[in-house]
Write a protein that binds this ligand. Structure first.
Ligand SMILES: [Zn+2]
Length: 237
């Protein structure tokens, strides 16, 4: 069982754990940040076969690292990325994939740990979830980064295809503006050994986009887009 080999904060989401998490979610519902609209619990059914490829989902930031944040209106990127990562996991599990999150709670994880989790597990795909910020309140839209490695052209090519599939699906379902697929020299997509992407799922500094991101339903759409982009990528291989 792979779980025994993992650090304590890495949880393979078996049925038992899902129930535990659901219960914890119910107990802590009162302490949810107010800007996150109250969520109906999503059905935590497990896939019939727990033998599909492993996909590592990375919720950006965590713990002391809030990510982009504001006091008024109040938001912290790390909360939204974790919520979205759970939704991505939910959809991927329904599609029959095994999933591992780099964090399942509000803790800080070093960047190199995030990539080594995926490398150690032999993950098929790695996806990191973030939300964006910009000095200009006008900036909006969704972009997906991959590492255009000179050394490993094969992985760079695959990561770019994956990035385009994820972006296409996310834009299709959210109708957000596409800012394209971009090269990013970012630790988590650089240090991973498999096709890896980082999605910036919209700008929290743009009021219109922020209002959408605060809505559970919008984050569900976004998560569905990420999951179906990964699924399309893997089925094309
Ligand atoms: Zn971020």
């Amino acid at each position: 069982m792979i779980g025994w080999l993992l650090p304590r904060f890495v949880r393979v989401n078996w049925h038992r754990f899902s129930l535990f998490f659901l219960a914890m979610g119910l107990f802590t519902a009162c302490s949810h940040p107010r800007y996150i609209e109250e969520q109906e619990p999503i059905a935590m059914e497990m896939p019939q076969f727990q033998q599909g490829p492993v996909i590592v989902i990375d919720a950006g930031h965590g713990g002391k690292d809030l990510g982009t944040n504001s006091k008024s209106p109040h938001y912290e990127e790390k909360i939204l990325t974790l919520d979205t990562a759970f939704l991505v996991e939910h959809y991927l599990q329904r599609m029959g994939y095994r999933t591992v999150l780099t964090r399942t709670e509000d803790v800080s994880i070093p960047l190199e740990k995030r990539s080594s989790i995926a490398n150690d597990l032999g993950s098929k795909v790695f996806v990191s979830v973030h939300y964006n910020s910009a000095p200009s309140a006008q900036a909006h839209g969704i972009e997906v980064f991959y590492f255009n490695s000179e050394k490993n052209r094969g992985r760079a090519r695959e990561s770019k295809v994956l990035a385009q599939q994820v972006l296409n699906q996310v834009i299709d379902v959210t109708k957000a503006k596409s800012r394209g697929v971009k090269h990013g020299n970012l630790s988590v997509v650089r240090e991973t050994a498999m096709p890896a992407v980082l999605i910036e799922g919209g700008f929290l500094t743009n009021s219109g986009e922020r209002q959408k991101i605060f809505q559970t339903n919008y984050r569900r759409q976004l998560a569905w887009g990420v999951a179906s982009g990964i699924d399309k990528y893997l089925k094309g291989h």
